[in-house]
Design a binder for this molecule. Structure first.
Ligand code: FES
Length: 105
């Protein structure tokens, strides 16, 4: 699946993502800046915060209660905030666009 990451300054990274990886892991593997992922994907740091493009929100789904409580630690949380380590890449998400916040954590 193709994932588009848009940095805070508008720089766009289009990367080919393997199914089963998380949106966070794909960003790290492809050197997309703006995701720190301090906890390595354990849903325990909120430094992999992204904004899901509103057109994709329904497909991507909404945070579970654990992610929900972690998101409260994310800087400038919005309605479309998600932790990218909790979004799994699949064919359904081909073309997904996420925006990266200016700061993490
Ligand atoms: Fe820590 Fe996602 S990498 S919460």
């Amino acid at each position: 699946a193709k994932i588009h990451y848009i940095e805070h300054d508008g720089t766009t990274h289009e990367v080919e993502a393997k199914n089963g990886l998380s949106v966070m892991e794909v960003a790290i593997k492809n050197n997309v800046p703006g995701i720190d992922a301090d906890c390595g994907g354990a849903c325990a740091c909120a430094t992999c915060h992204v904004y899901v493009d509103p057109a994709w929100q329904e497909k991507v789904g909404y945070p579970d209660p654990m992610e929900e409580s972690m998101l409260d630690f994310a800087t400038e949380r919005q309605d479309n905030s998600r932790l990218s380590c909790q979004i799994k890449v699949s064919d359904d998400l081909d073309g997904l666009t996420v925006r990266l916040p200016e700061f993490q954590g």
